[in-house]
Design a protein around this ligand. Sequence first.
Ligand code: CO8
Length: 258
Amino acid sequence: TEQYTNILVEQRGRVGLVTLNRPEALNALNKATMDELVGALTAMDADPAVGAVVITGSGKAFAAGADIKEMQSKGYMDMYAADWFRGWEDLTRLRIPVIAAVSGFALGGGCELAMMCDFIIAGDNAKFGQPEINLGVLPGMGGSQRLTRAVGKSKAMDMILTGRFIDAAEAERAGLVSRVVPAADVVEEALNAAAVIASKSKPVAMVAKEAVNAAFETGLAQGVLFERRVFHSLFATDDQKEGMAAFVEKRKPDFTHR
Ligand code: CO8
């Protein structure tokens, strides 16, 4: 298997676990980390043996942001020519379900990475923030857009303009995270959720993810039409036949992911 420097990659049954592994820098997201993360997740996306993925960090920090030291001395042309942060968009094109398990700080690019995942499970010690304004910049990995869609204009403006951090309880109230659990349990909770997802039909889960994501890109009528058409399409799958037969026969389905 592939060797990585900035991340740890494991597979547990049908679940992939990717752990950001630069604890000395609070998992600051440099380009090398981005490339490894995108590479590992793209491989899992294509692997029929992996049905869902968890991304996590350390106990103290999911990730404290993009790597400030790597960006500090760059000029406009450096950022523009490299199209800095463009590579992160590849994560949002993954079709496999991805869960962020957030313990401790998820700041700046760390918060943005968590928001690129399909949902966020937070430890009760989690702190979310977009403090870029303190550095003389603004969020650059989608935060001004995804945070606003996730929590609405008022709280997004508050967080992005003041740079203040919100705790796990406020994040849950705002709809930024789906569950809050004791900090020590966050990875296990996310792995269990991923195992539930991975026990379903992978292609059906991928289509369901596409349909929810369509809600962010389209109007209601277009989104509902998209949903109905992909719903129809699933009747071409073996897994629809198996799932409905299992219900009628009062047994557990045995999905073949086809
Ligand atoms: N980048 C690089 N290094 C970092 C980062 C980071 N984002 N965050 C922490 N580190 C490093 C520290 O420099 C320190 O290194 P060293 O030991 O060599 O001094 C080490 O990690 C430990 O950090 P601290 O000593 O600061 O730990 P504390 O417990 O005292 O504080 C905090 C923890 C509050 C999380 C603090 O580290 C902090 O405020 N970090 C920065 C948070 C931040 O501003 N994040 C946003 C970054 S910018 C971003 O993500 C998007 C930028 C968009 C740019 C758009 C350009 C196109």
